[in-house]
Design a binder for this molecule. Structure first.
Ligand code: PLP
Length: 389
C-alpha cells in the first residue's frame, strides 16, 4: 500500500483548484501579464500597517479570546449597523476568523449532517463545493446564466430542492462574474428561503466593492438575520489578503457551534491582524474609497476593451472581475486560456474552474495596474481577432 493509497478518500474526491494549477505554470514563465489572481494589487494602506506595528511595540503578541478581540467585534457590529442596518450582539453573535475561508468552512461544518444538500449557485468561488464535501454535505450546483445576468431566481432554485436541502450559499457581488443582486431580487430569494426553511450562508466579501447601486446585506432582509450566517472580511476591500482575517455573524447558537470548532482547530485569529483590522474599521473608509474609485475606472476600461473586440461581455457591477464570453472564438475556456498564455503571455482563468456553467467564459481580474490592463487588452485583442476572422 502506498502513502497515496492511505490518503482519505473524501480528500481524494476533491479536485485540485483549477486556478492554482494554472498559476503554478505561470510562475515559471517570463513576461506574462497576469489577470488571474483574485487579490488587490494595492498594499494595505499605511495607517493600517502602522497600527499593527504599534500593536507589536505595545506587546500585542498573545492569543486573543476565541471569538476575537472584543474591540474588533464591536467595530464590526458598528459597521454592519451603520452600513446595512443589521444589528448583532458583539459578545455572542460575532466570531473573528482566519479569513472568510475559515469562516465558510466552519459554517458548513457547524450546520451540516452527512448527506445534507447545499445549493451552490454557479459559476462560483472555487472553495464552496470543496468545503461542503469536506463537511460531509452534498453540493448541488445551480447554474446561473448570462441571459439572467448571473442572478439567482426562486424559480431556478425551486427545481433543485429535495427533502435533504438544508443550506443555500449566496455570494454577491459574485466571483467570478462580478454580478450583483438588488434588494428586491434578494427579497424574492429570502421568500424562497423562508418557504423551504433553509439556512443561508452569505459570502459578502466583495460587498464594499460595489460600483453600481448599493450592496444589500442578506441578513438585513426581514426574517433573514437569524437564519443567515453572514461572512465578510478584510482581504479585498482593505487590501489585506495576507493578514488572513474575516468574520462571521449569526444567531448565538450558530456562532457558538462555529466557535466550538474554531477553538480546537484555530484557537483564535492572529492578534496582529486583529489589531490592524480595528484601525481599518475605524479609519479606513477614505482608503477604501480611493481603491474602489480606481477599480471602477479599470472596470470600464476592461468592459469597453472586450466589447470592442467583438466579444459578448456582461457588465460586472461589483468585485474586481470581468467574465467575457469566448464562445465566439469557437474555443473552450481551457484551450482559450492555455493557447492565449502560450501565444500572447496573458494569464487568465478558464471559466470552467468555477463550475460547468462557467464554460464558454474566462475570468479576468482587473486588480492590476491600468497600464498592465491596457497591454493585456491589446494582446488578447490580437489573439481574438485571429480567431474571429
Ligand atoms: N470568498 C470569495 C468569494 C473569494 O473570492 C475569496 C478569495 O478570493 C474568499 C472568499 C477568501 O477570502 P479570505 O481571504 O477572507 O479567506
Amino acid at each position: 500500500m502506498t502513502w497515496a493509497d492511505r490518503v482519505s478518500p473524501l480528500v481524494k474526491s476533491i479536485p485540485p483548484s483549477g486556478i492554482r494549477r494554472f498559476f503554478d505554470i505561470v510562475a515559471e514563465m517570463k513576461g506574462v501579464i497576469s489577470l488571474g489572481v483574485g487579490e488587490p494589487d494595492f498594499i494595505t494602506p499605511w495607517h493600517i500597517r502602522e497600527s499593527c506595528i504599534h500593536g507589536l511595540h505595545r506587546g500585542y503578541t498573545a492569543y486573543t479570546s476565541n471569538l476575537g478581540l472584543l474591540e474588533l467585534r464591536e467595530e464590526i457590529v458598528r459597521l454592519l449597523a451603520r452600513d446595512y442596518q443589521v444589528t448583532y450582539d458583539p459578545r455572542k453573535e460575532v466570531l473573528v476568523t482566519v479569513g472568510v475561508s475559515e469562516a465558510f468552512d466552519l459554517a458548513m461544518r457547524a450546520v451540516l449532517s452527512p448527506g445534507d444538500e447545499v445549493l451552490v449557485p454557479e459559476p462560483c468561488y472555487v472553495s464552496y463545493k470543496a468545503c461542503v464535501t469536506l463537511a460531509g454535505g452534498k453540493p448541488i450546483p445551480v447554474p446561473t446564466t448570462i441571459e439572467n445576468e448571473f442572478r439567482l431566481t426562486p424559480a431556478e432554485l425551486e427545481a433543485y430542492i429535495t427533502p435533504r436541502t438544508k443550506v443555500l450559499v449566496i455570494g454577491y457581488p459574485n466571483n467570478p462574474t462580478g454580478a450583483v443582486m438588488t434588494r428586491e431580487e434578494l427579497a424574492q430569494i429570502a421568500a424562497f428561503v423562508k418557504k423551504h426553511d433553509l439556512i443561508v450562508i452569505s459570502d459578502e466579501i466583495y460587498g464594499r466593492l460595489t460600483y453600481e447601486g448599493t450592496h444589500t446585506c442578506f441578513a438585513s432582509l426581514p426574517d433573514m438575520r437569524d437564519r443567515t450566517i453572514l461572512l465578510n472580511g478584510f482581504s479585498k476591500a482593505y487590501a489585506m489578503t495576507g493578514w488572513r482575517l474575516g468574520y462571521a455573524c449569526s444567531n448565538p447558537d450558530f456562532i457558538a457551534a462555529m466557535t466550538k470548532i474554531h477553538q480546537y482547530t484555530m484557537l483564535c485569529a492572529p492578534i496582529t491582524a486583529q489589531v490592524a483590522a480595528i484601525e481599518a474599521l475605524k479609519n479606513g473608509e477614505a482608503s477604501v474609497d480611493k481603491m474602489v474609485t480606481e477599480y471602477n475606472r479599470r472596470r470600464r476600461l476592461m468592459l469597453n476593451g472586450f466589447r470592442e473586440m467583438g466579444l459578448t461581455c456582461f457588465e460586472p457591477k461589483g468585485a474586481f472581475y470581468i467574465f467575457p464570453s469566448i464562445k465566439e472564438t469557437g474555443m473552450d475556456s481551457l484551450s482559450f486560456a492555455e493557447t492565449l498564455l502560450k501565444e500572447e503571455k496573458v494569464a487568465l482563468v478558464p471559466g470552467n474552474a468555477f463550475g460547468d456553467s462557467g464554460e464558454g467564459y474566462v475570468r479576468c481580474s482587473y486588480a492590476t495596474s491600468a497600464a498592465n490592463l491596457a497591454e493585456a487588452l491589446e494582446r488578447i485583442g490580437r489573439f481574438v481577432r485571429k480567431r474571429l476572422s
